[in-house]
Design a protein around this ligand. Sequence first.
Ligand SMILES: Cc1cc2nc3c(=O)[nH]c(=O)nc-3n(C[C@H](O)[C@H](O)[C@H](O)COP(=O)(O)OP(=O)(O)OC[C@H]3O[C@@H](n4cnc5c(N)ncnc54)[C@H](O)[C@@H]3O)c2cc1C
Length: 401
Amino acid sequence: MSKYQTDFLIIGGGIIGISVGRRLKMLYPEMAVALLEKEADVGFHASGRNSGVLHAGFYYAPDSLKAKLTRDGNYAMREYCQTRQIQVNACGKLVVAKDSSDLKGLDLLLQRGRSNDIELQEISAEEARHVEPRVKTFERAIFSPTTASVDPVCVMKSMRKDAQAEGVQFHCGVFFKGRTEHGVETSQGEFRAAYIINAAGLYADSVAREFGFSTRYRILPFKGLYIYSDELVGAIRTNIYPVPDMRNPFLGVHFTVTSQGTIKIGPTAIPAFWREQYDGFSHFKYEEVLDILSRQARLLWSSEFDFKRLAFEEIQKYSKAHLVNLARTLVSGIDSKLYQRWGRPGIRAQLLDIETQRLEMDFVLEGDSESVHILNAVSPAFTCALSFSNYVCDYIQKKLH
Ligand SMILES: Cc1cc2nc3c(=O)[nH]c(=O)nc-3n(C[C@H](O)[C@H](O)[C@H](O)COP(=O)(O)OP(=O)(O)OC[C@H]3O[C@@H](n4cnc5c(N)ncnc54)[C@H](O)[C@@H]3O)c2cc1C
């Protein structure tokens, strides 16, 4: 088997792996940067299967990495798209209250927005209807003018092209199998590297354990289903979200207006039984099912975030009628005949802390002078990819000096 030699080796061709590769090439132009991707092309998983929303950054606790990176990431990604002529729909977003019990949640989001220096407008129900005539809200709402939508597949194609032009070497169809003394063993032989970056998404925890990291974490996959609408372009003008349950990292079923102006509802956060459980038995792995089922069973008995209720509520969302009914609480005039098409699902690489039995809310980095492991790159890591990759590369520079 061949031996390949590089300075930096990235595992994973999602938006994080590619952004880190581009940043490394900028910081160290004379050094070799290679990227391994097990699929035939980049962006097959979360990076090509997400909602495409560029989040503003007001959900996140002020001391978190998400809070630190989202606002700048949003600006940077919008600028990137503009320079590459990728369509950005600057349609903003409304967060609405279903009844008086949600008003406290709106206040908390406003407070977080202020702490994170995010532009937000607190508006009345009437003002919300000026933004989107069909929206339903109790007394008031929040409008976020900096939330926008892009097509994630277009972004991924463009980033790969840029990275290649800048000198990142792509090795698609190459599977990381394990660590060796000087690098990693893959389906195409050994790749030797001075420094390894693990950006393997749904498999980031298992790759990290090969290097002695992620010992207290396991990925618990959650499936995001979408229903695509057949309403006309422009039928809903802005993204519309409920007040989320702040005890878990998911934002609740919402309306996304895509970069093209079409509408989708979702994504769900249904517990999955294996990591790439997109359709039927695709990518079924027996050992994964055993491990994930045993963790889910444990969480049913004791978890820090009421997994039982979450699982019960989410599993019902396999029903199209149920999902559409939930969406009806946000917008009037929803004709279920126009909400019948399932879209391409995505799966969240959500990290579970097995010591505290909690879902990790923030991005997690672990590493040393030989490797770094990007764990829990869940939403809004697509939005943050450019600011996040700067952060990861600062981390690498510190570890190398
Ligand atoms: C349903 C859903 C909706 C979302 N909506 C949004 C949103 O609106 N806005 C937002 O900002 N974020 C959103 N996100 C989050 C966002 O998509 C992710 O945070 C981001 O794509 C993570 O990128 P990544 O590069 O870490 O992972 P990935 O895109 O999953 O890339 C990891 C790559 O590693 C590869 N890999 C894994 N194992 C190996 C191996 N052994 N060998 C070689 N390669 C390997 C995989 O094939 C994959 O291509 C959403 C996510 C989901 C699932």
